[in-house]
Write a protein that binds this ligand. Structure first.
Ligand code: DQQ
Length: 536
């Protein structure tokens, strides 16, 4: 099967076939993790009258695909069951708020509840007879009003929820309040808006602890919390941080969206319409994101599927409180098998080191480089503000002083195919910075693929001794985490010869200064079990 489906992944979430986009309503209920997702059960392309696919898991790694949870069926969603989120009532019963495309093609917000609460699988969902619960406000285009978040409960026992929208071409989040989850009143002012952005899709709003290793429930009201507002627009998931006061429903931001592709992002590659949920079992906040394809619609139809979910990541606030850090959830370690280790190895300028002994098409790699004296790092031209542009103009083979150094993944033996994930160290405005790039330009000999290069900056401290890189490699996806999750870049690649057993993995240094590998560990990965319910 792998020979016919070289791009099918082994441990990333996918339905058995057909189209998938946004993750919806992730949650944990009575021992079972749930993932719903936007799904076209009849083809490998998106369609308006989309359904909620549904899969369940005990460990967020192995999944059983069950019946669709929501299908278009009533006047309030007959043209599509679009994205939405789950909320738990105080007694622990889950509810779903989702966007319906109604019989007039308008976007409205609807409620659904489990038919049988004693079934941890939550197979059947019932739509509220009170639907639709929210309608496009006056002056808002009825096609620009969607994607309700998980609701949160204020100290006054009143529920709040936000819905993404567009007003006069700019993005905003309408806010609603309710005593009973059925009748919702829009607040006078939206929770937030930005003229630097367009229509906000799939907003997410949740607390993160200021000095903690744990996540927080969406309704948490502790003192040491900041709030994250994430919105999806222009194919990017951007976020801002701020302080939310439930008393006045005020969200005071620390720094706002800036637009122009320069916002803070979860991921500087392909990652969209993401959603988090609070996992009460391990007290963590987990992030799912849709990773779409970079090849053509004709390719999707030919292979019969399109779209992946990122491997679930835990989300925390960084030590300095200025950004988020993400890390693949620890359950991934169950899939690690054969391990290869390299310790204390010098990489001369312009050298390449093969990491052999792992299945390079299905691997998890962690490497830490020892940094030499950084006082004489090259100075980056202050006019160069867009890291993605720098990565695209100075590729993996353009020698600098400190870098490019990093990994060549999904590489063919003759290197004619390779995806380069690497760093270059600079001094920028007086500070030390690592430019982190994922260069897809040589990822495949095939044409007709979007091979855009991605990049971002990671701020380093002046005494920094090492820099780390982790890449999850899974046939057609490479998820890379720089410096312990301070920056993430996800890429889709479609090698034609660097597939299955013919894929290779290398560490490289194309800078002029030598660079040491402090340690490198690579694991071949087992395949996760993703099966339909009859084989569970
Ligand atoms: N996808 C859904 C919408 C959402 C968009 C429709 C984001 O609800 O705004 O499939 O990818």
């Amino acid at each position: 099967a792998q020979a016919e489906q070289p791009y099918r992944t082994a441990y990333h979430f996918q339905p058995l076939k057909n189209w998938m986009n946004d993750p919806n309503g992730p949650m944990y209920y009575k021992g079972v993790y749930h993932l719903f997702y936007q799904h076209n059960p009849e083809g490998a392309v998106w369609r308006q009258n989309i359904t909620w696919g549904h899969s369940i898991s005990y460990d967020l790694v192995n999944w059983v695909h069950v019946d669709h949870a929501l299908n278009p069926s009533q006047a309030f969603d007959i043209n599509g069951c679009w994205s939405g989120s789950a909320t738990f009532l105080p007694g622990g019963n889950p509810l779903i708020l989702y966007t319906g495309i109604d019989s007039r093609g308008h976007q409205v917000q609807n409620l659904a509840m489990p038919k049988n609460l004693s079934d941890p699988k939550l197979i059947e969902w019932v739509k509220s007879p009170r639907n639709p619960l929210m309608l496009p406000p006056e002056g808002i285009k009825p096609d620009s009003y969607r994607d309700p978040t998980t609701a949160w409960l204020g100290p006054d026992e009143v529920w709040r929820v936000i819905v993404g929208a567009e007003e006069n071409g700019h993005g905003l989040a309408f806010m609603y309040r309710s005593d009973d989850f059925l009748s919702w009143n829009r607040t006078l002012t939206p929770l937030h808006s930005s003229e630097k952005t367009v229509m906000w899709e799939c907003p997410d709003f949740y607390p993160v602890k200021e000095n903690g290793n744990y996540g927080s429930d969406t309704s948490a009201q502790d003192e040491d919390l900041k709030h994250v507002l994430k919105v999806s627009y222009n194919s990017q998931d951007s976020y801002i941080l701020g302080h939310y006061d439930a008393k006045g429903d005020n969200f005071v931001v620390e720094s706002d969206f800036v637009g122009g592709g320069l916002d803070k992002r979860y991921d500087y590659g392909k990652f969209y319409a993401s959603k988090t949920f609070y996992d009460p079992v391990k007290k963590r906040r987990i992030l799912w994101g849709w990773v779409n394809e970079s090849d053509s619609e004709a390719d999707w139809i030919q292979r019969g599927w399109s779209g992946l979910q990122s491997f679930p990541r835990s989300v925390l606030l960084s030590k300095n409180g200025k950004q988020l850090i993400q890390w693949p959830i620890e359950e991934i370690e169950k899939l690690r098998k054969k391990q290869v280790n390299i310790q204390g190895k010098k990489l001369e300028g312009g050298s390449l080191l093969e990491v052999s002994g792992v299945t390079a098409s299905q691997a998890d790699v962690e490497v830490s480089f020892s940094l030499p004296n950084l006082t004489d790092a090259e100075i980056l031209n202050p006019a160069w503000v867009n890291p993605q542009l720098i990565c695209s103009t100075q590729g993996a083979s353009d020698p600098g002083k400190l870098g490019p150094f990093g990994l060549l993944v999904l590489a063919s033996e003759n290197l004619s195919e390779q995806t380069a994930v690497f760093f270059k160290i600079f001094r920028r405005n007086g500070y030390l910075t690592a430019l982190m790039c994922s260069d897809q330009s040589r990822s495949s000999l095939r044409g007709g693929i979007d091979k855009t290069t991605y990049g971002t900056f990671i701020d380093l401290n002046p005494l920094q001794k090492t820099i780390s890189l982790r890449s999850l490699i899974d046939h057609s996806i490479v998820e890379s985490f720089g410096e312990n999750g301070l920056a993430c870049i996800t890429a889709r690649v479609y090698p034609s010869i660097a597939v299955a057993e013919s894929a290779h993995l290398y560490a490289f240094n194309n800078g002029t200064e030598p660079m040491d590998i402090a340690s490198l560990t690579a694991w071949s990965m087992k395949s996760a079990r993703l099966v339909p319910v009859m084989f569970a």
